[in-house]
Ligand binder design. Structure first.
Ligand SMILES: *Cc1c(COP(=O)(O)O)cnc(C)c1O
Length: 464
């Protein structure tokens, strides 16, 4: 440490000589000539931190997201727009078939977003008022809002700080006679411990709804996440690894469940096995969650690149992890032993300020950003926010649960998750997935910048 960084031009030269892996090709194609000619900043640990006026490790742009290539991506989209068939039809059906195939599920249903994929899946697994649903606190609000939307009570199970995932060892203590389901979240795109979670769910007869909204194409023992539970839910929101802007999908191998989801997403109108008596009209309580044909056309274009992008993120993440775990106080994510691929929607590590002379995480983040490395502290604690109390005050919750269960103060105490508090409030640091679509030299920049801050931590202590 540090290895000599080399310029992008040298990188291109080296790789054209050594025969570049196909997975890297998309990145090279998006490199503009100006960028390719840009001289990389010569890195020196003696240079003062950029936050204190020194030269930043890096001034080049990071790969942007989402990726759109007119030459390959626009033909079908324009055909759809010009056809005037914009509401759900053949292109959506084609996208669903291809998404099911991509994850190895029998069926897939496209819906308006990941949040509504979860709402629909929970409703069709009969999770309703009076029930409890186990969720990790280290997640996006889009995991928990669907539980409440169905009138059920979220119960938080603390996370394993090494993996950032729900800790299977802490699940059983949270199960009560009201517990009906568990939502394992493959948070940050790193797979949760599904074998252990499934064993507990089976023992206690709990439904398992995987929140795979950040985990496109992630795998455990070569099986894609989203296909382990009763249902898997995905998001195609703009930031996600398959970006449509807004959209989502449910996957499952259960035909009756999927027919019911389809019916629900179309007002409860008859579909497949969820058709009831002929001529009975609308047969189920439903909602409207259909996506448009042009969203599906965008999704099909993105899907073609997803596997190559995912492989590149895995290669860069492994390379970056191996470099930065050498720096004291930097503890990158750990993957469970059976994980054969992650999605790396985010690249997380734990920052321990004691190794950085007590430098606060906030100042570390500011200093790293100043070096040209965008980063964030990630999630805030979801298990004590006012939205929960707001739900508990609602008429439906008041009718479905005993008063003692709805006392917010005691709810927050029961749902205290100290590991999650430490990740959210003190330790977690993230890089976003688009950065992992860069080159090895880009990963070197990240590692160099962290090492530079480590070296100059005492000087940065003067910053507020
Ligand atoms: C994005 C996301 C959701 C919600 O998906 P939307 O498409 O934004 O509604 C749910 N859970 C997790 C973990 C997410 O990252």
């Amino acid at each position: 440490m540090p290895s000599q960084p080399f310029s992008r031009r040298e990188f291109l030269k080296r790789n054209s000589l050594t025969g570049l892996g196909a997975a890297l090709a998309p990145t090279l194609l998006t490199t503009s000539p100006a960028e390719a000619n840009a001289k990389s900043v010569t890195f020196s640990l003696a240079e003062p931190p950029a936050l204190l006026g020194g030269k930043p490790v890096r001034t080049q742009q990071w790969p942007t997201w989402p990726i759109w290539k007119p030459e390959t991506d626009e033909k079908q989209l324009l055909e759809v727009i010009r056809s005037g068939v914009w509401s759900r039809a053949n292109v959506v059906t084609d996208f669903e078939a291809k998404w099911a195939q991509a994850v190895g599920a029998k069926r897939s249903l496209a819906v308006v977003n990941g949040t509504n994929a979860l709402i629909t899946a929970l409703a069709q697994l009969n999770i309703r008022g009076g029930d409890e649903v186990l969720v990790p606190p280290y997640t996006f609000i889009g995991t928990v809002a669907p539980v409440i939307a169905n009138g059920a009570m979220p119960v938080f199970v603390d996370v394993d700080p090494e993996t950032f995932q729900i800790d299977p060892a802490k699940i059983e203590a949270k199960i009560t006679p009201r517990t009906k389901a568990i939502i394992p979240v493959h948070i940050l795109g790193l797979p949760a411990n599904m074998p252990q979670i499934l064993a507990i769910a089976k023992k206690h007869k709990l439904a398992v709804i995987e929140d795979a909204c950040q985990a496109h194409l992630a795998e455990i023992n070569h099986q894609k996440v989203g296909t382990f539970g009763d249902a898997g839910c995905f998001s195609f929101q703009n930031s996600k690894n398959l970006a449509i802007g807004e959209a989502g999908a449910i996957v499952s191998n259960n035909d009756l469940f999927m027919d019911r989801c389809f019916s629900y997403h179309n007002y409860g109108n008859p579909y497949g096995m969820a058709s009831g008596v002929i001529g009975a009209g609308t047969i189920m309580q439903g909602n409207k969650q259909r996506i448009t044909e042009y969203q599906a056309a965008i999704g099909l274009a993105q899907l073609k690149r997803l596997e190559g992008e995912t492989n590149l993120r895995n290669e860069n993440a492994a390379y970056l992890k191996a470099k930065i775990e050498q720096i004291p106080g930097i503890i990158p994510y750990k993957l469970y032993g059976n994980v054969t691929k992650a999605a790396f929607h985010l690249f997380p590590f734990r920052y321990q300020k004691s190794a950085f002379k007590g430098l606060s995480r906030d100042t570390f983040l500011k200093a790293l950003t100043a070096e040209g490395i965008p980063c964030s502290k990630g999630y805030a604690t979801l298990n004590n926010m006012p939205y929960l109390d707001d739900a508990f005050q609602s008429k439906n919750f008041q009718k479905m649960y005993p008063k003692a269960m709805l006392d917010f103060k005691s709810y927050v105490e029961r749902n205290h998750c100290p590991n999650n508090d430490r990740l959210c409030n003190e330790e977690a640091v993230w890089f976003t997935q688009n950065m992992l679509l860069g080159t090895r030299a880009d990963m070197d920049d990240i590692a160099n910048a962290i090492e530079k801050i480590f070296t100059h931590a005492d000087k940065l202590l003067t910053m507020k």
